[in-house]
Design a protein around this ligand. Structure first.
Ligand code: UVW
Length: 317
């Protein structure tokens, strides 16, 4: 099994920025922490499939609508290609990061130092297969042991709740406490998935409320928060982390999040960040059978030079 440095030993490459994993997986690496997942991890994750139930974690591709963060909403056309015998369709205004998504390693730079593993802006800002494109994860697939951390259910068990549209910090302490409550251990190579209840709450909004919310540009939501998150994820060898909220990070209503974790996780450590995943049905099943671990499969798009992608994620139990 590969030995990796602890977070306090980073960086390993001379001249690389503090807190960066640049060079750990190789000077030419384009996969980031997906490298933490071993073949043995995938075999062990496959053995978690006991009942044969499957939960698709992509949300409706047309939601949220209106889209957030100055993005657009898909426009779908269905038409008779050969009248009466063949139907085709196509999609315009498809923003791969508008609905359920992985933020890929091209998405965010750390100020003054650039993109993951030292890639420059020029190398990551052209379409077509190229450095750090989402196609690298698409060609490999992201498959391993998924662990759900159900923050909403934990708050409800304690007799309270969390407001899905307001700031609530999910730090390492919260994750470890909830993992303990759920009786699930976090292991190297895991794909962590947080449930805040955001997607369900959004689905309950009327269209006029959705329009008001999108106008905020910077919505509030519970999410990951804290300077200790990068060390926690790295030292636990977490391969990827996703949530059911707009930006994974916690944001204040009207102010959003400052994207600090986008920089330290994507650009410095190479961690895939998932957002707007629909985990509600998976969460209900985990609560019912008491098992919060599952086989997680994700097939990002093989879009050469892509910045993000729907995760096309399935949880199998
Ligand atoms: C932004 O780019 C603001 O958001 P995200 O990476 O969370 O989609």
């Amino acid at each position: 099994m590969a030995e990796y440095p602890g977070f306090s030993e980073l960086p390993v490459r001379e001249g690389a920025p503090p807190g960066s994993s640049w060079g750990v997986f190789g000077d030419d690496d384009e996969l980031g922490t997906v490298n933490f997942i071993t073949d043995a991890d995938v075999r062990a994750a496959a053995a978690l499939v006991k009942r044969g139930v499957v939960f698709a974690l992509n949300w409706d591709l047309s939601l949220p609508s209106p889209a957030f963060f100055l993005r657009g909403t898909v426009r779908h056309t269905v038409f008779e290609k050969y009248p009466g015998v063949a139907i085709d369709d196509y999609v315009d205004s498809f923003w791969p990061q508008a609905s359920s998504q992985w933020d890929g390693l091209r998405h965010i730079a750390a100020p003054d130092v650039g993109f993951y593993n030292g890639a420059s802006l020029a190398e990551v800002s052209q379409p077509g297969a190229g450095r750090l494109g989402i196609e690298k994860w698409g060609e490999r697939g992201i498959v391993g042991r998924g662990v759900l951390i159900d923050v909403l259910a934990s708050a409800e068990r304690a007799g309270g709740s969390i407001d899905p549209f307001e700031f609530f910090a999910i730090g390492p302490d919260v994750i470890e406490r909830i993992a303990g409550e759920q009786g699930v251990e976090i292991r190297g190579g895991d794909i962590l998935i947080l449930r805040t209840g955001w997607v369900e709450a959004y689905e309950r909004l009327h269209q006029c409320e959705r329009e008001e919310y999108a106008e905020l540009v910077r919505p509030g939501s519970p999410g990951l928060y804290g300077d200790d998150i990068p060390a926690f994820l790295w030292d636990n060898r977490i391969a990827a982390v996703a949530a059911d909220n707009p930006a994974l990070e916690a944001g204040h209503h009207g102010k959003g999040c400052d994207l600090a974790l986008h920089r330290s996780l994507i650009a410095l450590l190479g961690v895939p960040l998932g957002e707007l995943w629909d985990v509600q049905h998976l969460a209900h099943d985990c609560a019912a059978d008491g098992r919060y671990e599952f086989l997680l499969t994700s097939a990002p798009l093989r879009l050469g030079g892509g910045v993000g992608s729907p995760p096309n994620a399935l949880a199998l139990k």
